[in-house]
Ligand binder design. Sequence first.
Ligand code: AMP
Length: 284
Amino acid sequence: MLVHKISEVKDAVNKWRGEGLKIGLVPTMGALHAGHASLIKKAVETCDKVIVSVFVNPIQFCPGEDYNEYPRTLDKDVELAESIGADLIFAPTPDEMYGAGQRLSNDTLAYVVPPFFYVNKLCGKSRVGHFDGVCTVVAKLFNITGADYAFFGQKDAQQLVIIKKFVKDLNFPIEIVSCPIVREESGLALSSRNKYLTEDGKKDALVLSKILFNIKACYEKGITDVSALKETAFSYLTDKHDMEYLEFVDKNDLEDKTTADNDTLVLIACRVEGVRLIDNILLA
Ligand code: AMP
């Protein structure tokens, strides 16, 4: 069932709680694809009732980013989510989420602010304020749904670490479940933003996963020096690739690594045809 109001979610949740049911939440921005579907499937397997939120959250977009252009395909999203077994699709407007007339700024709106060390690197460096917006909307969704479990993709690895951190630090009574990256057969990680790419762009975008797979293969052959592993990326890059970062960090606390080990997470961000793409791989 599709609902747009917070009160409608609360009514459904109160009923389910009364029946002693376990509730799962899958937060999304919509334009659902097989990556999102895998999260919903895991939620359906784990929980008695599943809520999928579809909300393009204005406060996680930085000035000049694609908030207005972001693909919105609600009818299809509802169809897909329900076909997998979602019980409720919650698609609020920004006014419903933040209050009509509310200025969307941390001057006037309370935010959940994740620790600086976790946000001042990787995607947070170029997307200033992005993770404040993510944590704020996610905290609101946790409170609105009272979910027991929330499902997030490893695709957004920095986001996942930051969400786990604020849930722990602020004692949110919810369990975070991480789900593996779903890729096309080619290796390309599924993303709603892949829709912006031409066919040629999609081919150029394969470089992200190729670099990561090759780094993992080199690590498995015994190369652990991070500088040497980073070097291996260069042979893949052409003038079609505008690389933002390639970083090696600890998978739990995002501490930089100079020597790779089984806890190392390798993350890449690169623009192709002006579209900012991210991907990552765990070395273990
Ligand atoms: P988004 O709609 O992009 O905000 O993503 C919603 C959730 O789906 C996040 O937890 C993402 O990490 C997850 N997700 C997006 N793409 C993938 C993918 N290719 N594989 C697994 N999870 C994904």
